[in-house]
Design a binder for this molecule. Sequence first.
Ligand SMILES: Nc1ncnc2c1ncn2[C@@H]1O[C@H](COP(=O)(O)OP(=O)(O)OP(=O)(O)O)[C@@H](O)[C@H]1O
Ligand SMILES: [Mg+2]
Length: 271
Amino acid sequence: MAADPTSAGAIVELDAVTMRFGQHTVTEPISLRIGAGEVVCIVGPSGCGKTTLLRAIAGLMRPSNGSVQIDGHDAANAPDGVAMVFQHFGLFPWKSVQANVAYPLRLRGVPKQAASQRAGELIALMGLGGFEHSYPHQLSGGMQQRTGLARALAADPRVLLMDEPFGALDAQTREVLQFELLRTWREQPVTTVFVTHSIDEAVLFGDRVVVLNGCPSAVVEVIDVKLPNRHDRDVLRSAQFIDLREHVWSLVMADAHGAQARGVRDHPVGA
Ligand SMILES: Nc1ncnc2c1ncn2[C@@H]1O[C@H](COP(=O)(O)OP(=O)(O)OP(=O)(O)O)[C@@H](O)[C@H]1O
Ligand SMILES: [Mg+2]
């Protein structure tokens, strides 16, 4: 099991977090510390509690037991600084790309000109230059995802939480965006918790990969990944990548029969 950052260095700290809905216990106590600028990916079978855990980190749900702290504050009362990106970004349909991305800046009181300039930088970073004045319905799905990501980054979050943000994309667009996100992290590091069904994506992105499994689920392993050459597409064919992927796959699939028994018909854990 990989070492967590020390408590003092942790931005996100889960201490024995149990999530329950009524009588239904979703997770066993989960403890995890995430350091500044670290990208932690969470994988696990459908229904094991990934989104529930992310909502607890976002302060949208209180843990049934244990605590979640962001920068030493209870997640529910954390100062501004957590941005959550869902599978569907929920862009404002009546606002242009520029206005969508500038929105969190304006909300924080950034003057119009400065907000516009920063929004322009983020739009360029996400490869959307030239589409500033387009509206969401005029964009492809991938471009909408990139606008949503630019908007999340505009909030300058201390912590970025992403729940399967590329799940609805075709494989080609997804791969383009994966490498764009890696580039973005390199240029603008941000502490990130990334939930995905894709084991490839988790191994590509993660400094660490947390594998959840079981019912109620528990952390079965935390794997140190941080591939040295992950900005280069050739990494996908490297022996290190393939070995790690197989290892994570075996951990996730270990409970496939259990998932079927508890009525999870679809078990989308593939890349
Ligand atoms: N609002 C709710 N009320 C009751 N039970 C819920 C609620 N939200 C989630 N659950 C239950 O909690 C469990 C975990 O759900 P969650 O959405 O966190 O899983 P997940 O790992 O994100 O799954 P997926 O990979 O399919 O998105 C499931 O059994 C689900 O039925
Ligand atoms: Mg989910």
